[in-house]
Design a protein around this ligand. Sequence first.
Ligand code: SIN
Ligand code: MN
Length: 287
Amino acid sequence: MAANPEDMLDPRHLAQKELRIMRLTTEQLDDFNRDGFLFLPGLFRGDEIAVLKERMKQVVEGDGPEILRERGSEAVRSAIAPHLRDETYRRLSLHPRLVEPARQILGGEVYLHQFKINAKEAQDGEIWHWHQDYRTWHEDDGMPEPDVINATVFLDDVTEFNGPMMFIPGSHAEGRIDSDVEFERVPGYGRLSADAVGSPYSKQTINAMIEKQGIVAPKGPAGSTIFFHGCTLHGSAPNMSPWGRAMVFSSLNRVENYIRRPTRPDFLALQDFTPLASMADDCLTAP
Ligand code: SIN
Ligand code: MN
């Protein structure tokens, strides 16, 4: 077999290769700032997603408090903080294709505020009502500013049938939306996420914004990734298809914006505020 020219690089070049970092273009940053989200189809390759899907089988097992189930079924809704118990997910949490864009968008060092898999299982995956993540992070965790984003990696192909995430473009622009609707909080977040029990905003508020700004539902192959702002309104419909719609959500917060008053268990509101050091670009498939 012909030698791969990259294997013949001297160690100095190899070090450079490992340090290769992903940069968003000015146009991509402008799109993010205008829409409150940025969709990058195929950001991760099929072989990288295969490794994550294989590990997911173990990661969603068990009945500890970090495994949340759908209402009225045993289907897994979310597996919280898999990076704390699985090496592959730890590597994903430090992946430069997530961490470097987050640094660029937020303009500084970042740490992980939350990390989870939402399984949205075939036929059983339930609704996520319209919400802004920053409302919870501010009210429950004491996050001072909305200097926070999510990076959402598709672990399955996402189509119109399996409950794609939906966004209201530009809904981040006004910041945190005060709401007259108090949303039900589930004590201890034992088995359900608060998002499962009703939209925290009035229908009139949401409908008016949708009529004006529309809805976008990014769809694409497994490995595609959405970056979205902590104030962007989003949600998803139930999965009525035979195809799962698992996604990883990495919530990256500016280190200066660390949470001041956590009230939730620390696997839900992580409290290691050390700036993330991203790993090599091939960290998911390297031995
Ligand atoms: C979320 O908003 O945290 C999850 C939405 C989804 O999984 O569709
Ligand atoms: Mn959310």
